[in-house]
Ligand binder design. Structure first.
Ligand SMILES: Nc1nc2c(c(=O)[nH]1)N[C@H]1C(S)=C(S)[C@@H](COP(=O)(O)OP(=O)(O)OC[C@H]3O[C@@H](n4cnc5c(N)ncnc54)[C@H](O)[C@@H]3O)O[C@H]1N2
Ligand code: MOO
Length: 420
């Protein structure tokens, strides 16, 4: 039950203004944000049991209030408050109000009634005393402390009023939001179809895991990494496999991808070398813009439209591919999928390392937090996959030069901030 939610992207959506050479990270992000929009269809009335991790297509309004009636927050006794003149005693009436079994009569003035947690506050009462704070002797409630009117009462609609907008379109649904929907009886919602993301590896030296390899060949580390990332971000993975550095193979794979996917991630073949066929093919058959982003690692990033489908040409080095996918790909995919653009939440914390950073480029270092301090991986080599596994996030150092010493505040972005 899909329909097209949006119009297609423009072919020149990644074009750079004339004369642009090095693009600062913030500018690159702003450019992506302003040129991309949702490209997926809508699935209607999807049951709550199937909406975790899906993106809401429409705002949702509450069909009823939460809580629907005023009720007690504690086990105790209800009466009309406030209680100022203490100590005092109040006759208890027969009967009680329990959750699922409300008291239907009216409590006379000056009387109290037994009430349990979650039970509707009976007519004639508005205040509840905890059972630990009073005594019952011979059908009489003895009270010792003062209480404000409305104490221990959860008012009807104090959380949600009927017709309130409870969730907005573009929200990625999580268990906590599903609880909000359920609490007001919403049993199904409209969500965007999952973004279909193709992952393609390129390179004559690259072989899939499981293949026989010789010394000059390497295993494809990027495709399994990016595939797992795509799935974990909540998108539908389309495995486009691996192709050699040959124009016809790259073109065939991109054509297959453009038919099946809403976005294609490629790795390798985007710098200026003789065998960089991804760039060449995109140039020959698509609308490509080679963004030289002032970021390390990940300087070459190719953004292109190929047969109407956006292609992100990631650098081959696994660390650069990882960093670029998180920093640029994750918010871009969120927009294409109907979600909201996001700037990952970061935390300023003291460094426990030293670094003399050159000006001109941002640097993203593999990092983690121990004992309230940020540590970085021992090597910055962008082929070092062990540093990826070691890290729990990234440290982002901005374009300006910086001398980092132990104790210098740095910006740590946990992987969770990218939606992982
Ligand atoms: N003259 C220049 N040379 C290079 C530049 C430059 O600006 N000028 N940039 C360097 C940087 S930085 C990077 S990153 C790479 C990016 O190059 P490509 O995207 O063309 O990537 P490749 O050359 O194909 O591969 C780079 C590196 O990564 C390995 N690789 C490739 N695919 C995989 C994979 N699926 N799994 C694991 N490893 C992979 C590949 O073997 C290379 O070692 O360019 C620099 N050169
Ligand atoms: O993108 Mo490259 O891996 O910066 O080193």
């Amino acid at each position: 039950m899909n329909d097209n939610a949006t119009k297609p992207l423009r072919n020149d959506c990644f074009a750079l203004p004339p004369g642009v050479n090095w693009t600062p990270v913030d500018e690159a992000l702003e450019r992506l944000r302003s040129r991309l929009h949702a490209v997926v269809g809508i699935e209607r009335a999807v049951p709550l049991a199937q909406v975790n991790d899906r993106i809401l297509a429409h705002d949702v309004y509450a069909p009823r209030a939460h809580p629907p009636s005023s009720n007690s927050a504690v086990d105790g006794y209800a009466f009309a408050g406030p209680l100022t003149d203490v100590p005092c005693a109040m006759p208890l009436i027969d009967g009680r109000s329990a959750a699922g079994e409300p008291y239907t009569g009216r409590v006379p003035e000056g009387h109290a009634i037994r009430i349990l947690t979650g039970a509707v506050i009976p007519d004639g009462t508005d205040t509840v005393v905890l059972e630990e704070d009073c005594e019952v002797i011979d059908h009489e409630l003895h009270l010792h402390g003062t209480l404000k009117a409305g104490a221990n009462r959860r008012k009807a609609g104090e959380d949600i009023q009927a017709q309130d907008r409870i969730l907005t379109a573009g929200t990625r649904l999580t268990p906590t939001q599903i609880s909000v929907l359920a609490s007001v009886g919403v049993d199904s919602v409209d969500v965007f179809s999952r973004l279909r993301v193709g992952v393609l590896s390129t390179g004559d030296e690259v072989k899939p895991v499981g293949a026989t390899v010789t010394d000059w060949q390497i295993y494809d580390a990027n495709r399994p990494m990016l595939s797992a990332l795509v799935t974990q971000l909540g998108y539908e993975l389309v495995d486009l496999g691996h192709v050699l550095d040959r124009a016809d193979e790259v073109k065939d794979a991109l054509e297959r991808g453009a038919e099946q996917c809403d976005l294609i991630l490629t790795s390798g073949g985007v710098s200026a070398g003789d065998e960089d066929h991804v760039s060449k093919t995109l140039k020959a058959h698509g609308d490509i813009s080679n963004w030289r982003i002032a970021i390390k690692p990940g300087r070459p990033l190719a953004l292109a439209m190929f047969n109407g489908t956006p292609v992100v040409g990631l650098p081959g080095n696994p660390v650069a591919a990882w960093v670029c996918t998180l920093r640029f790909g994750a918010p871009a995919m969120a927009l294409l999928a109907g979600g909201e653009w996001f700037e990952p939440q970061s935390y300023v914390m003291p460094a426990n390392f030293s670094k003399n950073k050159k000006p001109g480029r941002s640097e993203m270092l593999r990092a983690r937090v121990r004992d309230g301090q940020v540590e970085v991986f021992g090597s910055e080599g962008s082929g070092r996959v062990t540093g990826l596994a070691w890290s729990e996030g990234l440290v982002e150092l901005d374009e300006s030069a910086q001398q980092i010493e132990p104790g210098t505040p740095v910006r740590f972005i946990p992987y969770g901030s990218f939606g992982l």
